[in-house]
Design a protein. Structure first.
Length: 605
């Protein structure tokens, strides 16, 4: 199968540029492409000529620059990345910028604020990120400091398919105003394709603050120095400019008779210049199912070759550029306006929120347009209402130290049926059904600074990862094996049936025999009449579990955020209450302290 073609979604190019580059590259052999890569990198280095260090704008002295704090709350790293960009651009404008994590922000730090940009993500259906929890509770509680005179702006990151979209950002924005702060610009709410909106918001805030720069401090100040030497840097791959990784292996992990399909994928990073650590994720830039796209076009009575902007046509855009399955509230509102359907307009009313939530369960865009048809909509109108097709993140299941120039993924293929229609996961079926070894898929590394191994190789680890949530713990153990770490390791794993669904069974048992895996507890929910889950095993091992925690163990949880993570959290609270003799509040404090010490870390989705 051919590599995914360039587009304006999987590259920083416009659609027209991507098409022209694709045509030009088609006429080059491998040696010519390699030479061209080095030539372009040299041009980039020559044109930039900069040291790469962020400094105040030319003519502004750092000591006299106005202070600006960029406060962020991030679960997986997206909000942190936006905050870093904001701090860098603020410094470039002439501000004395400080980057501050909500994990390190208490009352003292809040009271010292003058100007603050808040960048915060929302977890699940309205919750703050784990590292931001203590700061969030302080801000929302009675102990929050008065913030009269503080000038602020808030940017929320979230997913518009959730009911409580960007809820944490909304709450911070409202609370800062309640505490006396002065809002600089309206709050920004970013969907999963957040980059362009986030950059525009940053520029808007900094433009609003431009009057705070003291022009008197610029007299006689030296301009920043620039580097005189030229270096060719490795390409920088991202969700807009992914690396085309060759698929080396696509191996099923479930046994015959399983009602699940889980794949172990191995991708080549040779010559990519990409690096990662255990706990990071791979972002896969997928394509939509061609059969689903064709059905959508037919239902809308549109021409697949209808021209769009920048030389694109409808079918091409729906395949590679746009989200065509997930229903979001903005799309629902647009469709209600077009259809004028009384029932849909009623469902969008405030009094029908619970009914709408139930109606949305299992429905996709195709269901909406079939139930509430719209006559006369054209291709440009329809595509303008859709959001961009977001990449999907998968926890890395390998250690770079163990597998060299490869990265491994554990992918649960999503297939189910609702409302009389078969549904397929966009990315998982792209990888399972339309990609084979030898093909190339567009990927990038998504670094997760919040979910990392401890520096202390003697520290014990407790890892809780049912299903594909076990992926990062395979990476953890590979890394600890390579580092000859002496700390004990305890894994809790769960799935449906031991015979068919014991993912990576051979590896766990080998490590258990070798002593790298000190303890292994499993829960297979459907191997007995009464279902058993990992949280049940936690309660059964309460005494040993608490002993490990008291001895300094690091506690990791990875997997489903809606059901598993809350159930595991409750089980941990029960264990702590039982073993320590404290009450519910004391158990909450215990777990909160572990989070503050970065010993209770979660990667949930």
């Amino acid at each position: 199968m051919a590599a995914t073609p360039l587009s304006d979604i999987n590259s920083p190019l416009s659609a027209d540029q991507a098409q022209r580059v694709q045509q030009a590259l088609a006429d080059l052999d491998d040696a010519q492409r390699q030479w061209l890569s080095g030539y372009l990198a040299g041009m980039a280095a020559q044109s930039s000529g900069a040291t790469g260090q962020s400094q105040p704008a030319a003519g502004t002295t750092q000591a006299a620059a106005p202070a600006l704090t960029v406060l962020y709350g991030s679960q997986t790293g997206n909000a942190e990345g936006v905050a870093e960009l904001a701090a860098e651009r603020a410094t470039g404008r002439g501000f004395r910028s400080e980057l501050l994590s909500m994990a390190d922000c208490g009352k003292k730090q809040l009271k010292s604020l003058e100007r603050v940009l808040v960048v915060v993500s929302t977890q699940g259906d309205g919750d703050p990120p784990d590292p931001a929890l203590e700061c969030y509770e302080l801000m929302m509680g009675r102990k929050a400091p008065k913030l009269e005179g503080v000038r602020f702006a808030v940017l929320g990151l979230g997913d518009a398919s959730y009911e409580h979209f960007c809820q944490t950002g909304k709450e911070f924005d409202a609370r800062l105003a309640e505490l006396g702060g002065e809002r600089l610009v309206d709050r920004g709410d970013c969907d999963v394709d957040y980059e362009e909106a986030a950059e525009a918001w940053i520029d808007r805030v900094l433009e609003t603050l431009s009057g705070d720069l003291d022009s008197s401090s610029t007299d006689g100040a030296p301009a920043p120095e620039t580097a005189q030497t030229q270096t060719v840097k490795a390409p920088s791959y991202s969700r807009k400019h992914p690396y085309m990784a060759e698929v080396l292996t696509a191996q099923p992990l479930n046994g015959r008779g399983s009602d699940k399909q889980t794949l172990h994928l191995e991708l080549s990073l040779e010559d990519a210049g990409l690096d990662y650590l255990p706990g990071d994720a791979v972002g896969v830039v997928p394509q939509n199912d061609p059969a689903h796209v064709d059905e959508l076009i037919e239902t809308l009575k549109l021409d697949a070759e209808s021209p769009l902007d920048e030389g694109r046509v409808l079918r091409e855009a729906l395949l590679a550029d746009l989200e065509v399955t997930t229903l979001t509230r903005p799309f629902l509102k647009q469709w209600a306006e077009w259809s004028r359907a009384p029932e849909l307009q009623r469902l969008l009313g405030e009094e029908a929120r619970d009914e709408l939530r139930e109606w949305l369960q299992g429905r996709q865009i195709i269901d909406l347009i079939e139930q509430f048809p719209v006559e006369g909509i054209d291709a440009a109108q329809f595509t303008a209402a859709l959001r961009k097709l977001p990449p999907r993140l998968y926890s890395i299941a390998s250690s770079r130290a163990a597998v060299a120039d490869e990265v491994h993924l554990t992918v649960a293929v999503v297939r189910y049926e609702t409302h009389g229609r078969a549904r397929n996961g966009v990315t998982t079926t792209y990888l399972a059904d339309r990609i084979e070894p030898g093909d190339r898929v567009p990927i990038y590394i998504d670094h997760n600074k919040q979910f990392k191994l401890p520096d202390d190789d003697d520290a014990p680890l407790i890892m809780i990862g049912p299903g594909t949530g076990v992926a990062p713990f395979r990476a953890f153990l590979q890394e600890r094996e390579e580092r000859e770490a002496s700390g004990d390791n305890w894994l809790f794993f769960g799935d449906r049936r031991k015979r068919n669904d014991f993912l990576y069974q051979t590896e766990w048992l080998k490590w258990r025999q070798q002593g790298l895996l000190t303890r292994l507890d499993v829960a297979f929910s459907r191997d007995q009449a009464e279902k058993v889950y990992v949280q049940d095993r936690l309660r059964e091992r309460a005494e040993a579990l608490f002993t490990w925690l008291e001895a300094g163990a690091y506690l990791y949880v990875c997997g489903d955020a809606e059901f598993m993570a809350p159930d595991v959290h409750q089980a941990l609270k029960d264990v702590i209450r039982e073993q320590s003799g404290c009450d519910a509040e004391g158990a909450d404090d215990y777990l909160r302290r572990l989070q503050q010490e970065k010993r209770y870390l979660r990667d949930v989705y």
